[in-house]
Design a protein around this ligand. Structure first.
Ligand code: NAD
Ligand code: 6OD
Length: 485
């Protein structure tokens, strides 16, 4: 019998209004049957979250909350293998990636934000007054209330806890909607919350889809104070429209079409290895992945050839095997989308340097959503394949001649999430990084994360910043208290 994943409301696992299938994208087989929440179940979750604000959670000191959240982190690490298996069965991602990134970061998001919430102070201002006695103003941070957390499928535990960690550290309660593709680790986290003694109603999970389902019901609910969302830019627009009616506070981490620039004096081998990761990691399904690669003409031919060799050397197969370096796409539906871009690229005049199709992965994986890593060259910069996010293991490589041209090409997009710049010229590194329109610019690295830094996108890639004090700023309301002396 298939595993079942229930809703987690008010500390209890409970059934929903119907059931839907969770498919393992490596095998195409059923991973679990999942309870779907409609408006009624979402309302129950929101009311539980609201009650929890007035219960023990709302009365805890920041140190008590922090200590409980540290226990959540510890318990995730104690149950590491279960979280790992759940994440791999939902996504098909290789164990080498999930064991180094998804699960440890999922745990760290609780520990780090709990510590940060304890260590950040608040502002105070001494004010002079006409009577000479003055006044003191100080700022109190208060939780927002019930926060709706709507998540994507690409880094399920990591991106959910990246929001739930700071939201809880700041004293809020949450109603989480994991992606319909990856419901398992959010559900498992419900068990952990109970095991470590997080009060009932603080963490709630409602499964389902967007429109007409759990996602929309959260964004419409009048008692949800804020929505923090990660996903496609078009979904962000839809959520913003719905959330407008209650004037909810919003934080959006959206799509990207990220550039990587390899300059003439880059360390060639480092740039090649870094770009292999930034294009193909997680089968290209990281919002920070580079889909546009610009290479100085002096290195262009060699770079194209070497990156193609690297792509051809990626090993598909059992995600639980240490030797596997590339998993499948998340679903058959997503594979259809990515393959439609593979077709469009040819129509738009691309040369397909490598890939472009569907690989043989072996009998056990015939029904999975596998796809070939792909490299295009020769497209004009206004081609849809250069301008639209594909979210698969694919990049276009284009030569450039000088710095000004590279910066212009990098910025010629409606997105602005992340960029990678490869150069050993220090002045050039700073000059270029400062001109690029994106929320983060990595110089000689990629996906190197310090959780104190602001994270988010410009243009169509997002609204607001999370990370460190920026997360606390989003998840708290600031109140000024003015005391006349
Ligand atoms: P998606 O927008 O399709 O779905 C994200 C979540 O929103 C899911 O839980 C979905 O059920 C829900 N949803 C969909 N429509 C909704 C609606 N109308 N109301 C409420 N909820 C709704 O995104 P995805 O396919 O899960 O993820 C891939 C996308 O996410 C890519 O565009 C990627 O770039 C982006 N992403 C961005 C970041 C970032 O930090 N900027 C991180 C990861 C992924
Ligand atoms: O590392 C992070 O904190 C983060 N938010 C990563 C986002 C990755 C997008 O797919």
């Amino acid at each position: 019998m298939a595993n079942t994943l229930k809703l987690f409301i008010d500390g209890e696992f409970t059934e929903g209004r119907s059931w839907f299938d969770d498919i393992n994208p490596a095998t195409g087989k059923l991973a679990a049957r999942v309870a779907e929440a409609g408006a009624d179940e979402v309302d129950r979750a929101v009311q539980a979250a609201k009650r929890a604000l007035d219960g023990p959670w709302g009365k805890m000191s920041i140190n008590e909350r922090g200590a409980l959240l540290a226990k959540v982190a510890d318990r995730i690490m104690e149950r590491f293998d279960e979280f790992l298996a759940a994440e791999i069965n939902d996504t098909g991602k290789p164990v080498s990636w999930a064991s180094r990134i998804d699960i440890p970061r999922g745990a760290a998001n609780f520990r780090i934000f709990a510590n940060q919430a304890r260590s950040f102070g608040s502002d105070a201002y001494m004010q002079s007054t006409p009577d000479g006695l003055g006044a003191v103003n100080y700022v109190q941070r208060r939780p927002l209330g019930v926060v709706g957390v709507i998540c994507p499928w690409n880094l399920p535990l990591l991106l959910m806890t990246w929001k739930v960690g700071p939201a809880l550290a700041a004293g809020n309660t949450v109603v989480v909607k994991p992606s319909e593709e990856t419901p398992a680790t959010a559900t498992l986290l419900g068990e952990v919350m109970n095991e470590v003694g997080i009060p009932k109603g603080v963490y709630n999970v409602v499964h389902g889809f967007g429109p007409g389902s759990a996602g929309e019901a959260i964004t419409q609910h009048p008692d949800v104070s804020a929505i923090t969302f990660t996903g496609e830019s078009a979904t962000g627009e839809a959520i913003m429209r719905t959330a407008a009616s209650g004037l909810k506070k919003l934080s959006f981490e959206l799509g990207g079409k990220n550039p990587a620039i390899i300059f003439e004096d880059a360390d060639f081998e480092a740039a090649l290895a870094g770009t292999m990761r930034s294009v193909f990691a997680n089968c290209g399904q990281v919002c920070l992945c580079s889909e546009r690669v610009y290479v100085h003409r002096s290195h262009y031919d060699r770079f194209v050839e070497e990156l193609a060799k690297g792509a051809q050397g990626l090993v598909r197969g059992n995600p639980f095997a240490d030797t596997t370096t590339m998993g499948p796409l998340i679903s058959e539906e997503h594979r259809k989308k990515v393959l439609s871009y593979y077709e469009l690229a040819k129509q738009e005049g691309a040369e397909v340097v490598t890939g472009g199709g569907v690989p043989e992965v072996g009998a056990e994986f015939n029904e999975g959503s596998w796809i070939e890593p792909t490299i295009w060259t020769g497209l004009s910069h206004d081609a849809r394949c250069i301008q639209e996010e594909v979210f698969g293991p694919v990049c276009h490589i284009m030569p450039f001649d000088d710095e000004e041209e590279a910066v212009h090409l990098a910025n010629d997009t409606k997105y602005g999430l992340a960029s990678a710049v490869w150069t050993t010229n220090l002045s050039q590194a700073h000059r270029v990084a400062q001109q690029i329109d994106s929320g983060i610019v990595w110089v000689n690295s990629w996906f190197l994360r310090d959780l104190r830094t602001p994270f988010g996108g410009v243009k169509a890639s997002g609204i607001g910043r999370e990370g460190g004090i920026y997360s606390l700023n989003f998840y708290t309301e600031l109140k000024n208290i003015c005391v006349k002396l």
